[in-house]
Ligand binder design. Structure first.
Ligand SMILES: Nc1ccn([C@@H]2O[C@H](COP(=O)(O)OP(=O)(O)OP(=O)(O)O)[C@@H](O)[C@H]2O)c(=O)n1
Ligand SMILES: C[C@](O)(CO)[C@H](O)COP(=O)(O)O
Length: 223
């Protein structure tokens, strides 16, 4: 079955509080987004990779690719207003009707080829495969600082990417109107009526969101 990966990097990185968009920040002299693209290429030479970036960042990205002699093969597609719209733009760039598509955050560079492979295998079997990890800390539901309650953490999972799906299910699900609860693709597929198959992720598969995350990424990444 034809396999696609949509790597979304169309956000503004507001929580990173940095002038340069976070997907371009250097870790050990290489932009974060290049690590992510290389991780997917390491999974398969035949994978169709689609990278989604804000259109006004294309020139800057081309310049970075030149400076870093980055020659991996992928298509570049303009981002949208929210993550949902960026994924949708990536999806619309795919011609084929059948296949599997993995959606991954461009700012999750510490992703292993084993997890990518497992997500494609499970999506081929179940139609959906969403990477997650159990919680390590205790949790409480909170209404106010003084009104809160201990919750059973075994009932929850932290959701990561890749999130991999049958292409036809993805297309139908992303024809729905946007809702604010669509913070990932699993929520979109679920809203379209598909059960979500969870698979094991990894604690080091962090989403680089705030400045301290860069320190962790530095420990795990090698150019
Ligand atoms: N319009 C958007 C918003 C987000 N993303 C991507 O979705 C992933 C997860 O989003 P997040 O970490 O929230 O990135 P930002 O939106 O860039 O960050 P922030 O929320 O701090 O502004 C990132 O790879 C981000 O680039 C995207 O492709 N298009
Ligand atoms: C897709 C995601 O990374 C799964 O954990 C997450 O939902 C992205 O959320 P964000 O608010 O766009 O960072």
């Amino acid at each position: 079955m034809q396999e696609y990966a949509i790597i979304v990097a169309g956000g503004s990185g507001s929580r990173m509080k940095c002038d340069i968009p976070k997907q371009f920040l250097l870790i050990k002299h290489q932009p974060i987004l290049m690590y992510t693209i290389k991780a997917f290429r390491a999974y398969s030479e035949n994978l169709n990779i689609i990278v989604v970036l804000p259109e006004d960042q294309f020139e800057y990205w081309y310049q970075l690719c030149y400076e870093h002699s980055f020659t991996e093969k992928y298509s570049l597609i303009p981002g949208g207003e929210t993550r949902f719209h960026s994924v949708k733009n990536g999806l619309e760039s795919i011609d084929s009707q059948a296949g599997l598509v993995a959606v991954h955050d461009g700012v999750r560079p510490i992703i292993s080829k084993e997890i990518i492979a497992d997500s494609f295998e499970k999506a081929a079997r179940y139609g959906t495969a969403v990477v997650s990890v159990p919680l390590k800390d205790s949790i409480r539901s909170v209404e106010t600082a003084t009104s809160n309650k201990a919750e059973d953490r075994t009932k929850f999972r932290l959701i990561q990417t890749p999130q991999t799906f049958r292409l036809d299910w993805m297309r139908a699900a992303f024809s729905q109107s946007y809702q604010e609860v669509f913070t990932d693709c699993a929520s979109v597929l679920e809203s379209a009526g598909h059960p979500i198959q969870m698979i094991d992720g990894a604690y080091e598969n962090i989403k680089i969101t705030t400045p301290e995350d860069l320190r962790w990424a530095e420990i795990y990444l090698n150019p």
